[in-house]
Design a protein around this ligand. Structure first.
Ligand SMILES: O=C(COP(=O)(O)O)NO
Length: 250
């Protein structure tokens, strides 16, 4: 398994940054003191991965924000898992709500991407999460379990998967899920894994929360039994605050 820490915190930089701003962010991360039992990854835009990989401390791994569904070749505009490995990526974020609801990727497409990435030895941060209208309609569990099933139907091992529960209504809105709301879904996800995969997978798979996490709310979220870390967007672009979040999970 890529990373053996009890906890996992990812920084999803999304489509943000410049060479200059990323150089400053990397410098801040390199000078941070980070808790030892937290696996930490950052996910730069593709075009900055090489810069980050060649300047960031080895304490922090690199995740890509997406990958092609199979081996490279005549797929204009795509980036293969092999190429991401070649430049030092150990992880890839898949199934992010922005890929589902903005780009239009469906569950099966995402599941196949996850299976291929894992087959090449790259870990998968497997995102799931419901829309506000789905939550308001009482469909949160149905949606998350459907997305989980698509991963489970495609992959043959869970050793290199971290599940990220990211309620879409909390992403980028400042409306963070309450610790109780997040714990309820994390516990249901873990129970689903136990019933549909195995008790061992349910026990060892890290389930992380994403959606308006910041240095002020991460500690309360991290106290919950089934919250094993975070996938942080906006706050991960600020090195000191991202370090505060990382150090709050233990
Ligand atoms: O999309 C997110 C969360 O973003 P924010 O922290 O900005 O809500 N993580 O992948």
């Amino acid at each position: 398994m890529a990373g053996s820490g009890k906890f996992f915190v990812g920084g999803n930089w999304k489509c943000n940054g410049t060479k200059e701003s990323i150089s400053k962010l990397v410098s801040d991360l390199n000078s941070a003191t980070l808790e030892s039992d937290v696996d930490v990854v950052v996910s730069p835009p593709f075009v900055y991965i090489d810069q980050v990989k060649n300047s960031l401390t080895d304490r922090i791994d690199i995740a890509a924000q997406n990958c092609w569904i199979g081996k490279g070749g005549a797929f204009t505009g795509e980036i293969s898992v092999e190429q991401l490995k070649d430049i030092g990526c150990k992880w890839v974020v898949l199934g992010h709500s922005e890929r589902r609801h903005v780009i239009g990727e469906d569950d099966q497409f995402i599941g196949k991407k996850a299976a291929y990435a894992l087959s090449q030895g790259v870990g998968v941060i497997a995102c799931i999460g419901e829309l506000l209208e789905e939550r308001e309609a009482g469909k949160t569990f149905d949606v998350c379990f459907q997305q989980l099933k698509a991963y489970a139907d495609a992959v043959s091992s869970w050793d290199n998967i971290v599940i990220a529960y990211e309620p879409v209504w909390a992403i980028g809105t400042g409306k963070v899920a309450s610790p109780e709301q997040a714990q309820e879904v994390h516990a249901a996800v873990r129970n689903w894994l136990s019933k549909n995969v195995s008790a061992e997978v349910a026990s060892k798979t890290r389930i992380i929360y994403g959606g308006s996490v910041n240095g002020g709310n991460s500690a309360d979220l991290a106290k919950k039994e089934d919250i094993d870390g975070f996938l942080v967007g906006g706050a991960s672009l600020k090195g000191p605050e991202f370090a505060t979040i990382i150090n709050s999970v233990t």
